[in-house]
Design a protein around this ligand. Structure first.
Ligand code: NDP
Ligand code: GDR
Length: 337
C-alpha cells in the first residue's frame, strides 16, 4: 500500500518541491492551504489534478495553524504516515513587525500540530522545519551541538518549536525530527527574500524596466543552497528508524554583496550602477554570519548538496529572465521548473 503524507505550508517554496518529490515516490499527499480571496496555489497548480479524478493523489484541505480543532480533525481523518510541518510566518523582517502573530503561528502552531497527533492517536512520523536562524549570533560554523541565540521573534519562535519537537520525542516516544536547514533558495523563492529580490531585479534591469534595486545590509554572510535538494533531506530524515536532529547546509559562505555581484554579472550588468541601500530593509538586530556544518546529515542520511551559491544565483537569474520574457510576450506563466 502506498504511503500518505500531510504537508503544512504546501503552497510555499519547500512545500511545492516536497509535494513533487512525494508524488514521484508514490505517496498520497494531503496539503493544508489557507483560505484567501485570491488564488494562492500557483506553486502547486502544475501537480494538482482535477479534484473529480478518482485517482487524485494530491488532496488539499483548508486550514490554518491557528486553528487547533481543525488540525485534530484533519489528523484523525487523514491518518498520515508522515507529517511534514513546513507552514510558518517565515519572514524574519516581518516577524519584527508582527511578533505576536509570528509566535502564534510559527511557535504555537507547532505545538498545536503535535497535540493534534497525540489527540487523534495517529502513529505518524513528524518533521519540524527548524532553522539556522535559531543560531542567531552564535558564530559559525554551526552544527547540531551549537547553542542557540536567536536574534528575531521568528528565530525565538523556531527555538520554541524546536524544543517542543524534542520534548514530544522524549516525553511520548514520538518519531519527531528537527531539520535545521540553512537558507535555501530557488526560482520559487518568495519575492521578498533577498536572493529572489535580487534575481527578479536583475531580470527587470536587463529588460530596461527598472533602474535601481534597494537593499539593506550587504555584509550579512549566508550559506545558500538549492531548495529542490533540501527537500530530499527532509524526506530522508523521516525514513530513519528514529527521530533525531540534523543540520542541512552547503558549508560555503557568501555575503549578500557576493550574491549581488554574481547575479548582475551573469546578466552582463555592473551592479554598482543599479544597487542602492535603504535602511528600511535592515533588521533591528541582524544575524551576521551563518555557515553550516552538515557532517551528520552526510554521514547518517547520505545527503550531500550539489548546487553551490554561484550556480544558484545564475539559475535563478535565468529563470527570472525567462519568466519576465514569458510575461511580456503574454504567454501563460506556470511555475514548473
Ligand atoms: P514559505 O514562506 O515559502 O512558505 C510558508 C508556507 O506556510 C506557505 O505555504 C504559507 O501559506 C504557509 N503559512 C503561513 N502562515 C500560515 C498559517 N497561519 N497557517 C497555515 N499555513 C501558513 O517558506 P519556505 O517554503 O521557504 O520554508 C518552509 C519552512 O521552512 C518554513 O517553516 C520556514 O520557516 C522554514 N525554513 C525555511 C528556510 C529557507 O531558507 N527557505 C530555512 C530554514 C527553515 P501561504 O502560501 O498561504 O502564504
Ligand atoms: P533570512 O533571509 O533572514 O536569512 O531568513 P532573507 O533572504 O530575508 O535575508 C538574508 C540576509 O539578507 C539581508 N538583506 C535583505 N533581506 C531582505 N529580505 N531584503 C533586503 O532588501 C535585504 N537586504 C539585505 C538580511 O538582512 C539578511 O541578513 C531566511 C528565511 O527563509 C527564514 O524562514 C529561514 O529560517 C532562514 O532563511 C534560514
Amino acid at each position: 500500500m502506498s504511503k500518505s503524507a500531510l504537508v503544512t505550508g504546501v503552497t510555499g517554496q519547500d512545500g511545492s518541491y516536497l509535494t513533487e518529490l512525494l508524488l514521484e515516490k508514490g505517496y498520497e499527499v494531503h496539503g493544508v492551504i489557507r483560505r484567501a480571496s485570491t488564488f494562492n496555489t500557483d506553486r502547486i497548480d502544475h501537480v494538482y489534478q482535477d479534484p473529480h479524478d478518482p485517482d487524485q493523489r494530491l488532496i488539499l484541505h483548508h486550514g490554518d495553524l491557528s486553528d487547533a480543532t481543525m488540525l485534530v480533525n484533519l489528523m484523525r481523518d487523514v491518518r498520515p504516515d508522515e507529517v511534514y510541518h513546513l507552514g510558518a510566518q517565515s519572514h524574519v523582517k516581518v516577524s519584527f513587525e508582527m511578533p505576536e502573530y509570528t509566535g502564534d503561528v510559527t511557535g504555537l502552531g507547532t505545538i498545536r500540530l503535535l497535540e493534534a497527533i497525540r489527540a487523534s492517536g495517529v502513529d505518524t512520523r513528524f518533521y519540524q522545519a527548524s532553522s539556522s536562524e535559531m543560531f542567531g549570533s552564535t558564530p559559525p560554523p554551526q552544527n547540531e551541538d551549537t547553542p542557540f541565540h536567536p536574534r528575531s521573534p521568528y528565530g525565538a519562535a523556531k527555538v520554541y518549536a524546536y524544543w517542543a519537537t524534542v520534548n514530544y520525542r522524549e516525553a511520548y516516544g514520538m518519531h519527531a525530527t528537527n531539520g535545521i536547514l540553512f537558507n535555501h533558495e530557488s526560482p520559487r523563492r518568495g519575492e521578498t527574500f533577498v536572493t529572489r529580490k535580487i534575481t527578479r531585479a536583475v531580470a527587470r534591469v536587463a529588460a530596461g524596466l527598472q533602474d535601481y534595486l534597494y537593499l539593506g545590509n550587504l555584509d550579512a554572510v549566508r550559506d545558500w543552497g538549492y531548495a529542490k535538494e533540501y527537500v530530499e533531506a527532509q524526506w530522508l530524515m523521516l525514513q530513519q528508524p528514529m527521530g533525531d536532529d540534523y543540520v542541512v547546509a552547503t558549508g560555503k559562505a557568501a555575503t549578500v554583496r557576493d550574491f549581488v555581484v554574481e547575479a548582475f554579472g551573469h546578466a552582463g550588468l555592473d551592479w554598482e550602477k543599479h544597487v542602492r541601500t535603504d535602511a528600511r530593509y535592515e533588521r533591528p538586530s541582524e544575524v551576521d554570519a551563518l555557515i553550516g556544518d552538515a557532517t551528520k546529515a552526510k554521514r547518517q542520511l547520505g545527503w550531500e548538496p550539489k548546487t553551490d551559491w554561484r550556480e544558484l544565483a545564475r539559475l535563478m537569474v535565468d529563470a527570472d529572465r525567462q519568466q519576465l520574457e514569458d510575461q511580456l510576450s503574454g504567454k501563460l506563466v506556470r511555475v514548473d521548473r
